[in-house]
Design a protein around this ligand. Structure first.
Ligand code: GDP
Ligand code: GDP
Length: 438
């Protein structure tokens, strides 16, 4: 079951990241627990009253100059509207309601998305100060008094957010639908691919349950199944804020990836792999999604019988962290290999959601340990007692050992690769959590 996304929106310095840390800090996420996750993710796993959600701080951009602030805020709010199930709009008691707050509030209100208004920096408990009442003018209902620094009011805030979320469905109605995010740097052909897919397949207009917003997701049906392409509007829309294009296109990409099961990482075949491509790929990898590398514009690439192998080799060097991802050479223009692409999407979704029984897992472990002895250090040998799968999406395994320091990276890789080979776990990152057994 996919977790709803709750987005924090607000002007610079109102306290968004302080609030984010306060809420996410309540619970350590598996993601943060995993070695190898280096970059600060803008997403955090959170839980309130037994309901899990993904919290995102949309405002990581440096305070902009006055004249671009409003444009930036609009962009930020629009991304939240397009991708989040609920929005926390953070304002600042000390500055009062600003013209920008009013503009953003209007935009949020018009969107029909659930919004909870947070008046932050209400540091003294008790009766609200007179300045507080001004925030009713934003037209977003009862504001919630919060002090992110002290933590006051965050419980009330989260209660309100939970109330505003769409009802939790027991069985996801779209359980069979695979959600796909198309990502890649500008001009690799993301929109062209989505348009091609829309043109070739039966399109079903789709929307998130229970909302009135314009559809930004596109659902199609073909002989491989039903697929939702996420945030197709964002793919067509060009950022209006020139000096922050990269920030907002990354934010969009991260939101799309978060909601996806499988990511298509598009590369421009006429250009080859670049650093920017590997950054984009890193987003999908760290989010733990099924990954497929699509080298696009294959129709326009000058090639001979060696070109594919050369590109495969280059990929394995440049994207070494993603050796599990298959590479496919496609053309959004001619439609070349899009059929194969859908086959791979299906495989990736299955692998990403795969659950392995504890018995089978420990059989593989026993065989692996038999074949290659665990490493030793200063006369002590690593012992792996037991393994079990903690979660799916991505498959995450917990290993109980005598001393995690003996479990060297190369041996971890070896164990993971044995698991991958045995269960056919391709196209997805796999995580290993190591626990010392006392
Ligand atoms: P952001 O730009 O919206 O992410 O804001 P930050 O979280 O970085 O906070 C901006 C400043 O406001 C920092 O100096 C915070 O310490 C301060 N701040 C945040 N929340 C509160 C609060 O509840 N009370 C007070 N007094 N200061 C706060
Ligand atoms: P986006 O910025 O990633 O959405 O890229 P677009 O879909 O806007 O494509 C950028 C340019 O590449 C456009 O001029 C497209 O016509 C061209 N393009 C996209 N896919 C292909 C392809 O498969 N083959 C060729 N030859 N050109 C393509």
């Amino acid at each position: 079951m996919s977790k709803p996304i709750v987005a924090i929106v607000g002007r610079p310095n109102v306290g968004k990241s302080t609030l984010f840390n306060k809420i996410v800090g309540r619970r350590l996420s598996i993601v943060e627990d995993t070695p190898g996750v280096t970059r600060d993710r803008i997403f955090g796993d959170a839980e309130w009253c037994g309901r899990q959600f993904s919290l995102v701080d949309t405002g990581g951009l440096e305070p902009a100059s006055r004249d671009v602030l409003l444009t930036q805020m609009r962009e930020q709010a629009q991304i939240a509207i397009d991708s989040a199930s609920a929005i926390i709009f953070v304002t600042d008691l000390r500055t009062g309601v600003t013209a920008t707050d009013q503009e953003v509030a209007d935009l949020l209100l018009k969107s029909g998305r659930p919004v909870v208004l947070c008046v932050n920096k209400c540091d003294s408990v008790g009766q609200p100060p007179v300045e507080f009442y001004e925030f009713y003018n934003l037209g977003l209902g009862d504001p919630v008094m919060v002090s992110s620094v002290h933590g006051h009011g965050t419980g009330d805030l989260l209660d309100r957010v939970m109330e505003s979320l769409p009802e939790q469905q027991e069985e996801e109605p779209d359980g069979e639908i695979i959600k796909v995010a198309v990502i890649g740097k500008p001009n690799v052909g993301k929109s062209s691919l989505v348009n091609r897919v829309a043109g070739e397949n039966r399109c079903i207009v789709s929307d998130m349950a229970g909302t009135t917003r314009d559809a930004v997701d596109m659902t199609i049906e073909n002989r491989h199944g039903t697929f939702t392409f996420i945030d197709t509007a964002g793919l067509r829309r060009r950022s209006k804020v020139e000096d922050s294009v990269e920030y907002y296109s990354n934010l969009r990409a991260e939101m799309a990836v978060e909601r996806a099961d499988v990511c298509l990482i598009l590369i421009d075949g006429t250009v080859g792999f670049t650093d920017q491509d590997s950054k984009v790929a890193g987003i999908a990898h760290e989010a733990g999604k099924g990954c497929i590398v699509c080298v696009n514009k294959w129709d326009a690439v000058e090639k001979d019988d060696k070109t594919m192998d050369q590109m495969r080799l280059k990929l394995s060097e440049d994207f070494s962290f993603m050796s599990y991802a298959p590479i496919i050479f496609i053309s959004a223009k001619t439609g070349q290999r899009l059929d194969r692409m859908f086959e791979l999407i299906k495989m990736a979704a299955m692998s990403n959601a795969m659950r392995v029984t504890t018995g089978a897992l420990n059989d593989v472990l026993a065989q692996a340990v038999n074949r290659v002895q665990p490493p030793t250090d200063k006369g002590r040998r690593l012992k792996i007692y037991y393994m079990t799968q903690a979660s799916t999406k991505p498959p995450t395994f917990v290993c109980f050992v005598n001393d995690h320091e003996l479990f060297h990276y190369s041996y971890q890789r070896y164990i993971i690769n044995r698991i991958r080979e045995t269960f056919g776990l391709d196209c997805t990152p796999v995580r290993l959590m190591i626990r010392d057994k006392k």
